[in-house]
Design a protein around this ligand. Structure first.
Ligand SMILES: C[S@@+](CC[C@H](N)C(=O)[O-])C[C@H]1O[C@@H](n2cnc3c(N)ncnc32)[C@H](O)[C@@H]1O
Length: 189
């Protein structure tokens, strides 16, 4: 099922992220470096930056796609949202597919050191793509950080739930609506 798209704010922004989910994301992002897969209009990026994220890097090809026919043209719209909401200096928008950019991210120009405290997966919702993004999220997140995934669980999407359960068989550490959240403990602990 997952949440329907809805209008937010006064500037033509749309999202399917619920109020409880964005509250949880903003809490995890506070004073942290965030990587988001799936920008769309930029709602989560704007909110996390406004509520105190140190930096948000957000990735989206902004092309029509099987799992989101709405995406064309959202890159320009997302940049306008960053300017309108006054967070352009704390949000980097990368117009690329996650499967192309994530493997190149560790230590590249977009994020020196390329380690994040929160990786938020909300891009291509197919099983394969979600698994890809979760596994790369695990690779890119700092020890003690979080990997969060939208559209998880009985009220989410079967494809996302299948991928999440495959990568994290014990299920999420915390779940808020359809946001499955895993804390990534130190690898040698
Ligand atoms: C549900 S929307 C994201 C919503 C957004 N996180 C928000 O705050 O409202 C999913 C987005 O994922 C993008 N997407 C599709 N395939 C992708 C891929 N391979 N890599 C990154 N993003 C992708 C789509 O273009 C679409 O804008």
């Amino acid at each position: 099922m997952s949440h329907p798209w809805r209008d937010v704010g006064d500037h033509g922004m749309r999202t399917s992220i619920s109020p409880a989910e964005i509250t949880a994301l903003c809490g995890l992002a506070y004073q942290r470096d965030v990587l988001e897969v799936g920008t769309a209009w930029g709602y989560a990026a704007v909110m996390m930056a406004q509520k105190g994220a140190r930096h948000v890097t957000t990735v989206d090809p902004h092309l029509p796609h099987d799992s989101n026919e709405l995406a064309t043209g959202t890159c320009q719209a997302a940049q306008q949202m960053m300017n309108y909401y006054g967070v352009a200096d704390r949000v980097t928008i990368i117009q690329e597919r996650a499967d192309e950019i994530l493997p190149r991210m560790r230590g590249n120009i977009y994020a020196p050191g390329a380690l994040f405290d929160l990786v938020f997966v909300d891009g291509d919702h197919t099983v394969a793509a979600t698994m890809h993004d979760l596994l790369w999220g695990l690779w890119l997140v700092r020890d003690g950080g979080f990997v969060a995934c939208h559209d998880y669980g009985p009220d989410g999407l079967p494809s996302v739930t299948e991928a999440f359960d495959e990568v994290f068989p014990a299920g999420p550490s915390i779940q808020v609506d359809t946001l499955g959240i895993m804390q990534v403990w130190p690898r040698d602990a």
